[in-house]
Design a protein. Sequence first.
Length: 135
Amino acid sequence: MSKKMDIGTHVMIIGWFNIVASAIFALLACLGFFLFAGIGIASGDSEAMPILTIFGCAAFVLFGIFAVPGIFAGWGLLERKPWGRVLGIVVAILHLFNIPIGTAFGIYALWVLTEPEAEAYFAVSASPPPAPSTA
């Protein structure tokens, strides 16, 4: 792990990247739906309208499936939730297939989140606070 940046900074970068990248996927989902459904409606063709609407719905679902876990992973990482680290690893593996930027980011995220320092970083946040003394 880099001595210049602490693990918290790396986790914050990964968390925000997941949120921003997933928000872009969510926007693409909405854009795909409205674009294809709109083209179908604008064409006025009775055969094209349902086909393009179904294609738009499929694009919405596909991009939405990729957007939701990334948003949750980013939030979990930023909040130092132990499940956020696990979900972040899963999302990082999925990023590997998004060539070229996703691949580079996926490798970076896997490198950071599988380090023993990262496990300790998230374990500290999972421990319950000490009970107040009644003395």
